[in-house]
Design a protein around this ligand. Structure first.
Ligand code: PAF
Length: 282
């Protein structure tokens, strides 16, 4: 596996691959790799000649300095995981200057309103930061296909929208949420939780499964009341938001319509760690 530590070495590498006509699959990450990332690489390997990943903790997408500072980083461990996985051909580990040659600042994006829902309300400026880094990485890596986890469903929708609006020559693929045995959605942030708290956090997935059972049986306001009650009795857990939204517009709804797809979205803060999850409702 090639370890590409700056823009120039990446560009040389990409040029060689393009000359050989290789189809490139790309999965950008912020490191602290886990099996969820490996599931992206697996899909990328099935569908491309070559898999590239990037590891870059993007400063512009953190609206909270403490969250950026506490974001888990262990580059040597990550490189070892990538090498052992045998799924990735090259990893790009840029410096801030390779992505932001002048100032680490976001561009401003219009994602047709998708950016104003859910995470957009809780984390102002977050999606401008994501759009800026992902667009720049796409321009440098020039992938044919790019892979993102459905855990960050709104991020996935926003990246699809950016690619559509800017007519970027890359196809975006969503990959199903990878869950631990107890159902907790895998996230780099889980590393910050003690094992017993990780175990207790399975209640998030269990709640989503209950929501799916209640969907179309009781009203959405009743479902929301029940979810609120569940988390009120959980020590050290705060429900930041729970809502049901249209899967395309991401707009919250209190009513379900026959021919639309809906998804439940939840954010719970467990011992100061923000855990996010979602589930398609059927
Ligand atoms: O999902 C992530 O890890 C990040 O938001 C991404 C897409 C790598 C951009 O920094």
């Amino acid at each position: 596996m090639e370890v590409l530590k700056n823009k120039k070495t990446l560009q040389d590498f990409i040029e060689r691959q393009k000359e050989m006509g290789k189809k490139i699959g790309f999965a950008p990450t912020m490191g602290a790799l886990h099996n969820g990332h490996l599931s992206l690489y697996k899909k990328a390997k099935e569908e491309n000649d070559l898999v590239i990943s990037s590891i870059f903790v993007n400063p512009t997408q953190f609206n909270n300095a403490e969250d950026l500072e506490k974001y888990p980083r262990d580059i040597n461990r990550d490189i070892l995981i990538l090498k052992n996985s045998d799924l990735v051909d090259a990893v790009y580990i840029p410096e801030v200057v390779d992505i932001y040659p002048e100032k680490a600042e976001s561009l401003h994006y219009d994602f047709d309103g998708l950016e104003n829902e859910m995470e957009g309300k809780s984390r102002p400026g977050h999606f401008d930061g994501v759009g800026t880094v992902v667009e720049e990485l796409f321009r440098q890596v020039k992938p044919d296909n790019a892979y993102f986890g459905e855990k960050d469903f709104q991020q996935l929708a926003i990246i699809k929208k950016m690619v559509e609006k800017k007519k970027l020559p890359v196809k975006i693929h969503g990959v199903s949420i990878y869950r631990a045995e107890n159902g907790l959605a895998l996230s780099s942030r889980n590393q910050r939780l003690h094992e017993n708290r990780r175990e207790a956090s399975k209640i998030i997935y269990e709640t989503l499964k209950k929501v799916n059972d209640w969907f179309r049986v009781i009203t959405i306001p009743e479902i929301k009341e029940r979810v609120k009650d569940i988390f009120e009795s959980q020590q050290g857990m705060q429900l930041e938001y729970f809502l049901i939204a249209d899967e395309d517009s991401l707009k919250e709804t209190d009513f379900f319509y026959k021919d639309r797809n809906f998804r439940a979205f939840i954010v719970v803060v467990v011992d100061g760690v923000r855990l996010i999850d979602n589930m398609h409702l059927d």
